[in-house]
Design a protein around this ligand. Structure first.
Ligand code: SF4
Ligand code: SF4
Length: 289
C-alpha cells in the first residue's frame, strides 16, 4: 500500500483542505489524522457511524497517598520538574509530572506510586475506508508516540489496499517525525509568505533526513506572487517536484464553512487542486519504495 503524507511547515496553509481533496479524488482504502494536538480531519470528512474508541496511556504519573505522607518534603526536594505541591500532606501536579519515579524511590513512607495516566483518546472507523484519528488531552506530551499508534491502528485495519493518506501536523516536531517514518511520498503544502518560506525550508530539511521523496505545492499562490516564485525556484534548486499552485478562492472558504468538499464545485481552486492531486498521484505510484 502506497502511503502519502501531507505536511505543512505551519498551521493555516490549507493542508487539511488539500488532504480532503486527495481523499475525495483518490478514494484511498485508509486515511489518518496525525495532527493529534488539534485534529480536524474528522470535521471535514464527516464520517457516519460510531468509531471504536480506546484510551491512550501516556507517561505514568506519580500519586501520593495522603494517609501515608508525613510532609517531610524529600519528594519535592528531589523532583527535577517541580511537580510536587507542598502542603500539610503533599500532592502532585499531574501536568508537570514526567513520571520519572525519583519521588517513589526517595519517599521514606512508601507513600508514592506511579499510576497509568490517560493522555488522550484514539478513534478508529473500521468500515472501508478505514479512518484512524486521536486527540491528545490538554497539557499532555508524547504526541509522537500517539501518532505512531494512530498509524499502526490504521495499517492493522487494512487487509489490502492501494493507497493510504495521512494528514500530518504542522511544524517539525516529534509528531511530524513520527508521521514521516515509512511513508512513500510527502506532499508539502506551502504558503507564499516570508514565514511560509522559512517554515518550508525547515520542513524540507526534516524530511530529507529520512530520504523520503517529496513534492511541493503552493496554496493561495496569488496572495504573494513573488514569494511563490521563490518557492518554485527553491524546489528546482532542491530537485523536488513542484506539483502546482492553487489560487485564493472564496469558494474554498465557503466549502469549508459548510462542510462541503471543494471538489464538488467548479471554482478556479477546484481545477487547480485537481491538477495538484493528479500530479501527486503520478509521483506516488511511480515511486520505487
Ligand atoms: S517524601 Fe513521602 S512522606 Fe515525604 S512529603 Fe513526599 S510523599 Fe510525603
Ligand atoms: S515522578 Fe518524577 S516528575 Fe513526577 S513527581 Fe515524582 S519526581 Fe517529580
Amino acid at each position: 500500500m502506497k502511503q502519502l503524507l501531507v505536511l505543512s511547515g505551519k498551521g493555516g496553509t490549507g493542508k487539511t483542505t488539500i488532504t480532503r481533496a486527495l481523499i475525495d479524488l483518490l478514494q484511498p482504502e485508509a486515511y489518518a489524522d496525525c495532527d493529534v494536538d488539534a485534529p480536524n480531519l474528522h470535521l471535514v470528512v464527516q464520517r457516519e457511524g460510531v468509531p471504536f474508541e480506546s484510551p491512550y496511556y501516556g507517561l505514568d504519573k506519580a500519586h501520593i497517598n495522603p494517609q501515608l505522607c508525613r510532609g517531610c518534603s524529600l519528594c519535592a526536594q528531589h523532583c527535577r520538574f517541580s511537580a510536587v505541591v507542598s502542603g500539610e500532606t503533599h500532592s502532585i501536579n499531574e501536568l508537570a509530572c514526567e513520571g520519572c519515579g525519583v519521588c517513589v524511590e526517595v519517599c521514606p513512607q512508601k507513600a508514592i506510586t506511579l499510576r497509568p495516566h490517560v493522555a488522550g483518546e484514539l478513534r478508529l472507523f473500521k468500515e472501508n475506508p478505514v479512518f484512524s484519528t486521536a486527540q491528545l488531552r490538554t497539557g499532555n506530551g508524547n504526541s509522537g508516540l500517539l501518532v505512531s499508534e494512530v498509524k499502526s491502528r490504521m495499517y492493522k485495519s487494512v487487509t489490502h489496499g492501494k493507497i493510504a493518506i495521512i494528514d500530518g501536523s504542522p511544524g517539525i516536531g516529534c509528531p511530524v517525525i513520527s508521521s514521516i517514518s515509512g511513508v512513500d511520498l510527502v506532499l508539502i503544502v506551502a504558503e507564499p509568505s516570508l514565514s511560509g518560506l522559512s517554515d518550508l525550508k525547515r520542513t524540507l530539511q526534516t524530511v530529507r533526513t529520512f530520504q523520503i521523496p517529496m513534492a511541493i505545492c503552493v496554496n493561495k499562490w496569488d496572495l504573494d506572487k513573488e514569494k511563490t516564485k521563490e518557492i518554485q525556484t527553491l524546489s528546482t534548486e532542491e530537485g523536488i517536484p513542484f506539483v502546482g499552485t492553487i489560487p485564493f478562492d472564496p469558494a474554498v472558504v465557503e466549502a469549508n464553512n459548510t462542510g462541503k468538499s471543494i471538489m464538488s464545485g467548479t471554482s478556479k481552486a477546484t481545477t487547480a487542486v485537481r491538477s495538484v492531486v493528479e500530479q501527486t498521484f503520478s509521483l506516488l505510484m511511480e515511486g520505487k519504495r
